[in-house]
Design a protein. Structure first.
Length: 339
């Protein structure tokens, strides 16, 4: 019954519009609406241009291609590989090899500082559009203030650039873009700005015929029961490092906000109180954290919440870039030393 009313699967996703981003085809091997590249004719007919027949590259594949000299120009929108991705030092080195780097973002991030050109984008409070959350609810939002100086909504930046490159885009409002989305993406069929209202609406719109919410034509799922296993013990003298957000910081926006930085303006590492005693750590001591990938340091906070054998470091502080230590998982086996 997956895909029927009240039988959906809600993914645990990190950002407020991850679902919407995927719906719009921000993946290397799928078109908007999760349509395959072989189904591109509908898009080509409307847009009047041929689309690539081969899949694009993942972020990791792009990084490798830059290092090999196969990619010489990169356009980054709303992403900061030097903070968000594993191996930030590797990314920093690779970006230096580019002949052209353009960044479109709301802040002057670390990667924007390396760019040849920066397009200032409007924040969520300065533009109009929609977010789609994990339950497939499309929600409309409106601008509260005017964009700062010459910042523009993302769609206007893309439209202006497209026109300069000779492809005519003539949208005047996000509602017109939504009309096009509804004409191309089956899940968004018949969805309009007017129907969204204050609470938004879940795609697809109910048609009264119990049509499935999720097209399962080529989807095969395998379910199995799991037996709980105790966490694997780390090697002697090592700890697991976990990372994540904190109460006062949630990531990109709060990093640049005055209020959250008054309450929590520096990185720290939380250590279990029993571990701290055995190692001889006190509150505020500087702790060096290292792994096979790299090293960082931060002052200690004694914790009764963090389990023994585990340390926790918030991920969004510049002075302690946890992605220098962590691999492509959300934890790392690390060594810690007082210093």
């Amino acid at each position: 019954k997956v895909g029927r009313k009240d039988c959906g699967l809600i993914p645990v996703i990190t950002k407020n519009n991850c679902q919407g981003m995927l719906d719009m085809g921000v993946m290397p091997d799928l078109l908007p609406g999760y349509q395959k590249l072989e189904d591109r004719k509908t898009f080509e007919k409307l847009w009047g241009k041929s689309l690539p027949k081969k899949p694009g590259k993942t972020a990791e594949e792009m990084l490798t291609a830059i290092e090999k000299g196969e990619i010489k120009a990169l356009y980054i929108m709303g992403c900061n590989p030097l903070m968000d991705f594993p191996e930030p030092d590797r990314w920093a080195e690779a970006l230096e090899k580019l002949e052209w780097l353009t960044v479109q973002d709301v802040f002057q991030t670390e990667v924007a500082e390396k760019a040849h050109y920066v397009f200032p984008a409007a924040t969520f409070a300065e533009k109009e559009g929609t977010f789609t959350n994990g339950e497939r609810r499309v929600q409309k939002f409106t601008a509260a203030i005017e964009p700062y100086r010459n910042a523009l909504p993302d769609w206007k930046i893309i439209q202006n650039l497209s026109q300069l490159l000779g492809y005519d885009m003539n949208y005047s409002h996000p509602s017109e873009i939504m009309e096009e989305i509804a004409s191309l993406i089956p899940q968004y069929k018949d969805l309009t700005y007017e129907k969204l209202g204050r609470k938004g609406i879940q795609w697809p719109l109910q048609d009264g015929e119990d049509s499935p919410y999720i097209p399962l034509k080529d989807l095969k799922l395998s379910f199995s029961s799991l037996t709980f296993q105790e966490p694997k013990k780390v090697n002697s003298g090592k700890f697991y490092m976990l990372t994540g957000t904190t109460f006062f910081h949630s990531g990109t926006l709060s990093t640049y906000a005055q209020g959250p930085n008054i309450l929590g303006n520096k990185a720290w590492v939380e250590v279990n109180e029993e571990d701290a005693k055995s190692i001889g750590l006190n509150e505020g001591d500087n702790l060096n954290i290292s792994s096979a990938n790299g090293s960082i340091s931060a002052p200690v906070k004694i914790s009764s919440v963090v389990p023994r054998g585990v340390i926790f470091v918030p991920y969004h502080f510049r002075e302690a870039k946890v992605n220098k230590v962590i691999s492509r998982k959300n934890y790392a086996e690390v060594e810690i030393t007082k210093g």
